[in-house]
Design a protein around this ligand. Structure first.
Ligand SMILES: [Zn+2]
Length: 308
């Protein structure tokens, strides 16, 4: 359900956008409308016969770790090759493992994956206020949908075929908007390491975070329309509109060693958690309105970046 709400918001954003050429915009609309999701787990994993068949050619050697890794790699590759010519819809095991706490977008299928392990805890609970579910789970769904339109995702059409459907003018405007975010994130420093972020390395993920959070907010507003107002959380002084932002920030809490953080800054396309909060929230005017941040302050800068 949340997926549908977020998708609808992306459609709305595309329809209102003024920097896309008409034909490119129509292709983008087609692509987002065709986007689908694998949610939780494939039904087939509950069928023991199918699962036994699936593993029947895999013979592992007890106690030989390296040998087993090689056997698994070989088995995986042979299985992949044996699927040549089959429809992707028949390849149920291509969905990610249900126990992974993460979400993915696959441009080759134009599908997002939301494994079962994500549908719990800080990300989603059906009996808690939905401003929290949209803020976390909705944020992730929006993030993955946005990947369909980042520098890699945009090279594929609505069926997952490699195809350049961007006119030159739209493409150069897109790049300008990304440049704004590259500059923004280049300006973030990690004091304990005396290092700065690389806005270029992390541009796709930052764009997805920005799009994702905006989509989550709009989707929650659409969901809440016509419903009775949800209650605040017991014991906290915050209003539901503040709790949306707190919920969206909460799940990026992390504890890292300095060397892990350094490694992330040098190699990981994902910004450290704190910047996944500060970056998108300081670009969205509704955040500053809710918390009364004066224009020109850290969380309400005059120059804001937005792609979608
Ligand atoms: Zn991502």
């Amino acid at each position: 359900m949340a997926f549908q709400y977020i998708k609808n918001e992306f459609v709305g954003i595309l329809e209102r956008i003024d920097w896309m050429g008409e034909e490119t915009k129509q292709m983008a609309l087609k692509k987002v409308k065709a986007m689908d999701a694998y949610i939780a787990y494939p039904e087939q994993i509950r069928n023991h016969t199918l699962v036994d068949q699936f593993y029947e050619n895999l013979n592992l050697d007890n106690g030989e770790f390296t040998q087993n890794i090689l056997l698994l790699k070989r088995w995986n590759k042979e299985r992949d090759l044996s699927q040549y010519g089959r429809k992707t819809s028949e390849i149920w095991w291509k969905q990610t493992q249900p126990a992974i706490v993460n979400a993915f977008y696959n441009p080759l299928e134009n599908k997002i994956q939301l494994p079962a392990a994500l549908l719990q805890g800080v990300f989603f609970e059906k009996d808690r206020p939905y401003y929290l579910n949209f803020a976390s789970f909705g944020f992730l769904i929006g993030h993955e949908i946005t990947h369909g339109f980042d520098e890699r995702g945009k090279q594929f059409d609505e069926t997952g075929n490699l195809q350049d459907w961007w006119d030159n003018e739209t493409d150069s405007r897109f790049r300008k908007k990304i440049q704004c975010m590259i500059d923004q994130y280049d300006g973030y420093s990690v004091d304990e390491l005396n290092m700065t972020l690389s806005g270029d390395l992390s541009k796709g993920e930052n764009m997805a975070d920005n799009g994702g959070l905006k989509l989550a907010l709009k989707a929650y507003e659409s969901w809440a329309k016509g419903r009775p107002q949800e209650p605040p959380l017991p014991g906290l002084e915050f209003t539901p509109d503040k709790l949306f932002w707190i919920g969206a920030a909460n799940f990026w809490c992390e504890k890292q060693s300095k060397s892990a953080l350094q490694n992330q800054l040098l190699r990981d396309e994902h910004s450290p958690g704190r910047f996944r909060v500060i970056g998108p929230m300081s670009n969205i005017p509704e955040f500053s309105a809710t918390f009364n941040c004066p224009l020109g302050s850290k969380m309400n800068p005059i120059r804001k970046c937005s792609v979608w």
